[in-house]
Design a protein around this ligand. Sequence first.
Ligand SMILES: CC(C)(COP(=O)(O)OP(=O)(O)OC[C@H]1O[C@@H](n2cnc3c(N)ncnc32)[C@H](O)[C@@H]1OP(=O)(O)O)[C@@H](O)C(=O)NCCC(=O)NCCS
Length: 143
Amino acid sequence: MELTKPSIRITTDAAEIDLDWLHAALSERAYWAIGRSREIVERSIAHSLCFSAFDGPQQVGFARVVTDEATFAWVCDVFVEDGRRGEGIGRRLMEAVVGDPRLAGLKRTVLATGSPGFYAPFGFVALEKPERWMMRPGPGATG
Ligand SMILES: CC(C)(COP(=O)(O)OP(=O)(O)OC[C@H]1O[C@@H](n2cnc3c(N)ncnc32)[C@H](O)[C@@H]1OP(=O)(O)O)[C@@H](O)C(=O)NCCC(=O)NCCS
């Protein structure tokens, strides 16, 4: 069964991002970013590769990639509008991420998720040696 709606358009043009939608989606409905300020959302997208899904003029999905475009990338803030899940929009976003030439050939692309089954078809596997990974939590960490 084909779930992908042909009307969905994916763009990496950050100027097209609907900031009102994105800030509300992340700060009110994304469990890892509850309470994230608009200023932090704006700063995060200014320093990331951003993937946006649109149905006509309406933004219905988003994914953000923090990367040096040479060795490493971190996929985060993957979100599809609540009422639009299960239509293939998340898959379209991830296809765009793994197919982006700026992210081709990187040594590692990582992410943290509560939904590993969603990412597995795009080549993501569990960390090989998780004991080697460390983190330095920041003040008021908001994901
Ligand atoms: C996870 C999320 C991005 C998926 O987007 P979506 O548009 O609903 O996903 P799609 O319709 O493109 O589904 C693609 C495939 O992934 C599967 N899938 C969707 N959500 C999944 C989940 N949470 N866990 C495992 N598999 C999932 C679908 O069943 C589908 O499988 P199929 O190809 O066998 O049919 C979306 O549900 C979402 O925004 N959830 C809330 C935020 C979130 O959890 N983000 C990820 C945090 S890391």
